[in-house]
Design a protein around this ligand. Structure first.
Ligand code: FAD
Length: 385
């Protein structure tokens, strides 16, 4: 493990796993507190959107797969009230039957629409969900159903355009694999013990899903530096300065404090790497160098399809967190590849995107802490044997 800590996360910048571990120790309490704030813990999404790709038979019926939505707008914290007023929709929903799509290993899903985002943002029929009350953990979702979803997600990495797709394909794969590792780490860190009926870490499950695969672990750290770089860029180009978190003027002081908290997330990176931190974390200029327009458009479309596939996830709780995280990664990519420091005027960021970005960073941060704890459990097991 000590060798693993010295491993560089990507070849170009040389940031190591150990350096990120120590940064994460400083960031963990800040993220923990930020994601418990009313602004960040309420997520607005369409949880019951039609799966656009295939028939969603066989829903997970476990209680642990369910999500408690906020059905009365008076239950929403003040910071959300003007936003929520008049916008709560019924959560009742009927799924229409749509034809099956053959998903063999060679088949790409066709792109279905175009816009500038890297993920699909829900606009209609949204519900409000308290993320703290609906934690990401073991739900029992698995078997053929979840395998079909993961296969469809990985199959999106089949680009048609461009001559130098290698870097972009590799990047796309790392992001998906890192997200998959983080989801697996969460569900094994809060695994249901059938005897005690309590949730807790399950070392064996962690090892078979993530721990025995250094590349899967490394991809999770890769995603961490990706999101960190997006936050550094937001800070560098002062994007948050004109951003409205809430409309209520009485909450102006709160808004300013929240923005300071978001800005403070970059401090441990500056402490570790000094003035070099912007260049050290991740160099987005290495992507989309050739054939830029068509390859980038296709990349966006493929990642948007990944976010649409989330509507096909059969388990509500898994779908919720899948949607949060694909939106978080889509937002990070939008910041990295579309925010031009020289001219910010056309760059827009929605509340949902900022909330997803911070919560996705928190997911990765919690996963990385859990890896440390699993390492301790592993050492104890070895000593015992
Ligand atoms: P899976 O995790 O299903 O993996 C399938 C195959 O993918 C593996 O056999 C392996 O070949 C490959 N693979 C696995 N990990 C990686 C990686 N990191 N990088 C590259 N390849 C990999 N379950 C819960 O209990 N709680 C949740 O919150 C939850 N959220 C989910 C969200 C989504 C979007 C999806 C699709 C599934 C979710 N699941 C959740 C289900 C969970 O991810 C697993 O599918 C399930 O636990 C079965 O795991 P498995 O060991 O069979 O392999």
């Amino acid at each position: 493990y000590s060798e693993f800590l010295r491993e560089p996360i990507n070849d170009t910048t040389g940031v190591t796993i150990g350096q990120i571990d120590s940064i994460n120790k400083a960031l963990r309490p800040v993220l923990e507190s930020l994601t418990h704030e009313n602004f960040f813990k309420i997520y607005r999404l369409n949880l019951f959107k039609e799966c656009p790709f295939w028939d969603g038979e066989g829903f997970c019926m476990h209680r642990s797969c369910a999500v408690d939505t906020i059905d009365d707008w008076e239950d929403l914290p003040l910071i959300w009230q003007p936003e929520a007023l008049g916008k709560l929709e019924s959560t009742a929903h009927e799924r229409d039957h749509i034809p099956n799509v053959d998903l063999d290993d060679e088949t790409c899903i066709d792109a279905i629409s175009t816009n500038d985002n890297y993920c699909e943002i829900d606009e209609d029929d949204c519900v409000y969900v308290n993320l703290v009350d609906n934690p990401e953990r073991f739900t029992g979702y698995g078997g053929e159903q979840s395998l079909q979803i993961w296969k469809a997600i990985y199959n999106e990495n089949c680009f048609q355009f461009g001559h130098s797709q290698c870097v972009e394909k590799q990047f796309f794969y790392k992001v998906i694999s890192g997200m998959h590792s983080s989801i697996s780490t969460h569900l094994t860190n809060e695994f249901l013990d059938l005897d005690t009926k309590e949730y807790g870490p399950n070392l064996k499950q962690f090892m078979v899903k993530v721990g025995d695969f250094p590349d899967r672990l490394q991809n999770m750290y890769f995603n961490y530096i990706l999101i960190a770089k997006a936050l550094l860029k937001l800070d560098q180009f002062h994007v948050l300065d004109d951003f409205t978190l809430c409309q209520d003027p009485e909450l102006a002081q709160k808004e300013s404090a929240l923005k300071d908290d978001i800005r403070s997330l970059v401090a441990p990176f500056h402490d570790q790497f000094g003035s070099d931190s912007y260049a050290r974390l991740f160099d987005e200029r290495q992507l989309f160098q050739d054939d830029t327009i068509s390859l980038k458009d296709e990349f966006k479309e493929r990642f948007r399809n990944v976010s649409r596939i989330m509507d096909c996830v059969h388990c509500d709780r898994c779908r919720l967190w899948g949607k949060v995280q694909t939106t978080g990664y889509g937002t990070a990519m939008k910041i990295l590849f579309e925010l031009d420091g020289a001219d910010n005027s056309s760059f827009t960021l929605q509340k949902t995107e900022l909330i997803a970005l911070i919560n996705t960073f928190d997911r990765l941060s919690k996963s990385i802490s859990a890896v440390g704890r699993f390492q301790d459990l592993y050492s104890t097991e070895i000593v015992r044997e």
